[in-house]
Design a protein around this ligand. Structure first.
Ligand SMILES: C[S@@+](CC[C@H](N)C(=O)[O-])C[C@H]1O[C@@H](n2cnc3c(N)ncnc32)[C@H](O)[C@@H]1O
Length: 347
């Protein structure tokens, strides 16, 4: 199998000497030798911990939100849950452990074949969004930050960053005239300012919304309300790489061996119907009740604990991590609701 670096090099040649940054990122993450196809993933034994990987409590709370959506829609028999960017299927397991009535319609969408093989047998495991229209919900945790984006840099005026072959085995950057559609970028910025152009994330939100006849799209991620807030901030704060539970190297180094992610700029997405912090969302959908239930279950069986009792006790620790405002608690929950009757709104 070619390494991601070999694939990038071949793509640079095919593109005439310089590859757009989003294309570089797509190969580095999702090419045959890309990070997510060669062992990279979320989890304790993986490269980073996400909310579902903290434990099943996140899925249990989401199951409550999904249940409410199902009821709001009149309890349709054909209710479908589409989870996009499902990784190894941990959130699917967490949601289904709550034994919902609609569990037989769970569709886990994951680009990486290696991770799809880890999905539970009870889900329909596929590599791209299913055909619509559907009645149901589309959910995604930490997907949008991983969608390849284009990169703008301010050098007396805005330029687009592309990747070329550098010295030795490495890659370097060249710039070219920006896309004329980027006229919304701030007129001026400190020299060297970089900004992500997240058309791919916006297109995903729009297609997830289009998929639904009735229902909602819900995405959790680390977000920044407006792109202009990134102006003047060191790019390393918002364009991050991860590997083996720590920060990685420069994004042009080690293609295929590290994750590449960006803060999601909400103003580049279709306007959400609702924006909550993850903490607000989890409180609203009953995390406190579930933790209390866990405490009581543990108290009742502490003298003769079984696996179920241990898992109930772990809800206390899981909730601390899920609500931590220095971590995932500060993420945003973005909801796009499909209008109930007579058409759609939002995306
Ligand atoms: C940061 S991981 C998050 C995994 C999981 N949702 C979690 O929270 O643990 C992002 C995942 O999204 C997948 N992914 C990225 N773009 C995708 C797309 N367009 N369709 C399906 N999966 C995608 C990646 O392969 C990766 O497994």
């Amino acid at each position: 199998m070619p390494s991601a670096s070999d694939e990038v090099r071949a793509a640079i040649v095919a593109a005439g000497g310089a590859l757009r940054f989003d294309e570089y990122m797509r190969i580095a993450l999702y090419g045959k030798g890309g990070f997510y196809n060669s062992g990279g993933q979320a989890g304790r034994r993986g490269d980073f911990i996400t909310s579902p990987e903290i434990g099943p409590l996140f899925g249990a709370v989401l199951a409550r939100w999904i249940e409410a959506e199902w009821r709001r829609m009149g309890e349709p028999d054909d209710f479908t849950i589409v989870e996009c960017g499902a990784g190894p299927g941990t959130l699917a397991r967490g949601v289904m452990a709550a034994s919902p009535q609609w569990r037989h319609h769970y569709c886990a969408v994951e680009l990486s074949e290696r991770q799809r093989r880890e999905h539970p047998e009870t889900v329909r495991s596929i590599s791209e969004l299913p055909a619509g229209p559907l009645n149901g919900v589309v959910i995604a945790n930490e997907l949008l930050d991983n969608v390849p984006f284009r990169l703008a840099v301010f050098d007396g005026g805005w330029r687009e960053v592309a990747v070329c072959v550098g010295q030795g085995d490495g890659f370097a950057e060249v710039t070219s005239a920006p896309d004329p559609k980027w006229d919304w970028l701030p007129a001026t910025a400190p020299h060297g300012t970089r900004l992500p152009i997240q058309d791919g994330a916006a297109a995903w939100a729009a297609s997830a919304h289009r998929l639904l006849r009735q229902g909602s799209v819900l995405a959790f991620d680390y977000c920044t309300p407006t792109t202009s807030e990134l102006v003047g901030r060191p790019w390393r704060e918002w364009l991050r790489t991860y590997r083996a539970q720590g920060r990685g190297e420069h994004y042009l180094a080690g293609a295929g061996t590290q994750d590449i992610t960006a803060q999601v700029c909400i103003d580049q997405l279709p306007p959400p119907t609702e924006i909550d912090s993850q903490t607000q969302f989890l409180h609203r959908w009953g995390i406190d009740d579930l933790v209390e239930e866990g405490r009581l279950a543990w108290a009742a069986s502490a003298a003769r604990p079984d696996v179920k009792a241990l898992s109930m006790r772990s809800r206390v620790r899981e909730s601390e991590a899920l609500l931590d405002s220095r971590g995932v608690g500060a993420f945003q929950a973005l909801t796009w609701r499909v209008a109930d009757a007579g058409g759609k709104r939002g995306a």
